[in-house]
Design a protein around this ligand. Structure first.
Ligand SMILES: NC(=O)C1=CN([C@@H]2O[C@H](COP(=O)(O)OP(=O)(O)OC[C@H]3O[C@@H](n4cnc5c(N)ncnc54)[C@H](O)[C@@H]3O)[C@@H](O)[C@H]2O)C=CC1
Ligand SMILES: O=C(CO)COP(=O)(O)O
Length: 338
């Protein structure tokens, strides 16, 4: 029986990086049969042999209920509910790959944080474009470093869905009164947007700290970051309250202030003069904010929304602007009301 006294409905997690593995551990720890699919057979073999993801989550043993599946069709057939946790630049590709294997009763969630590469679309639009509007969908987003979640340290997150039944069942399965709180939020647009754009702001906070600026500057970036994400959200129909919750404020505080964040670490290196390719190589994992900066900037332009921090990170990453000049531009903006 599961920790929540429901029948142990299985779940399949697609994407065996640090976060997919951590979420699979969370489900299986609650007693649900959990199938974790990774696209690299060699990586899957290591996970199966070692019963841990030594590369990303060292020394955290897999619960017995967690099984590794390297055949995508089999992984999809094992469960009605699929949770996709791959980087945003391959999200559309993975949706296209799963499409031929779906049954009409499948339900699809994702924990990927980002906008689609090149189009800047929200991932919900990508899913609906490929799969139509009939599948129940959900997005999981909030301040959750994979290592802490996998280690069972206290964590809270938001879950938004277009289907109330799916939301409640999904929440019941991953929520755990001992260490994982899952808050429902009906605002899919806002939850997706906060999770995507906080990566850009985390890069800016890293740049600021890397340049030797202090807590005042970091806090200003977090606060004005929320302001600009909220403006973009309003233009897309999000609920403004969402940006004060887990998926935006929560994740901004986490990733702008703690060096577990890859986006923040990437920014720290940029602020210290390291070039972006070397910084990405040094991190060796997905840095969602890198391409998402461009997509967020272009989305803001299309929406006619002013996003000065995003624009300056874009100028630094893609137009060669120096961090010192970025700081001068942001500090020298016209006087205005809050
Ligand atoms: N690591 C964390 O603490 C958190 C990560 N996330 C989000 O989760 C998503 C995944 O990130 P991580 O797991 O951290 O990345 P990661 O860098 O740890 O792993 C990425 C995984 O994606 C796999 N992958 C690459 N191309 C693929 C493809 N075409 N098909 C299937 N799999 C492919 C890689 O093999 C690798 O296992 C990102 O959007 C990230 O923002 C969200 C919250 C926390
Ligand atoms: O989204 C995250 C935590 O909520 C992980 O942040 P990074 O991708 O910056 O490591």
């Amino acid at each position: 029986m599961s920790a929540n006294n429901l029948s142990p409905t299985p779940i399949t997690v697609l994407g065996a990086g640090s976060y997919g593995t951590a979420l699979a551990i969370a489900f299986s720890r609650n007693g649900y049969p959990t199938y974790l699919w990774g696209h690299s057979p060699e990586h899957c073999q290591n996970l199966r042999n070692e019963r841990k993801n030594q590369a990303f989550l060292p020394n955290i043993d897999f619960p017995d209920a967690l099984q590794i599946e390297d055949d995508l069709a089999q992984a999809i057939q094992k469960s009605r509910d699929l949770l996709i946790v791959v980087p945003s630049h391959v999200f559309g590709e993975v949706i296209a790959q799963i499409k031929p294997h779906l049954r009409p009763d499948h339900r699809i969630a994702w924990a990927t944080k980002g906008l689609e590469r090149d189009t800047g679309r929200l991932l919900q639009e990508v899913v609906e474009d490929h799969l139509g509007n009939d599948y129940p969908l959900a997005v999981l987003s909030g301040p959750t470093f994979a290592k802490e979640l996998a280690a069972g340290m206290p964590t809270a997150i938001a879950l938004a869905s277009n289907d109330q039944q799916f939301a409640l069942e999904f929440q019941a399965r991953i929520h755990c009164s001992k260490h994982f709180r899952v808050y429902l939020n009906p605002d899919m647009i806002g939850v997706q947007l906060g999770g995507a754009i906080k990566n850009v702001i985390a890069i800016s906070a890293g740049i600021s700290d890397g340049m030797g600026f202090g807590a005042n500057a970091r806090t200003a970036l977090i606060t004005r970051g929320i302001a600009e994400i909220s403006r973009l959200g309003a233009s897309l129909g999000a609920n403004p309250n969402t940006f004060m919750g887990m998926s935006c404020l929560g994740d901004l505080v986490l990733t702008c202030t703690d060096n577990q964040s890859r986006n923040r670490r990437f920014g720290l290196m940029l602020g210290q003069g390291v070039d972006s390719t070397a910084a990405m190589n040094e991190i060796g994992q997905v840095v969602e904010g890198f391409y998402n900066t461009r997509e967020a900037y272009l989305l803001a332009q299309r929406q006619g929304v002013e996003m000065p921090i995003t624009e300056q990170v874009y100028q630094m990453l893609f137009c060669g602007k120096k961090p010192e000049d970025v700081a001068i531009t942001l500090l020298g903006r016209e006087r205005k009301g809050e």
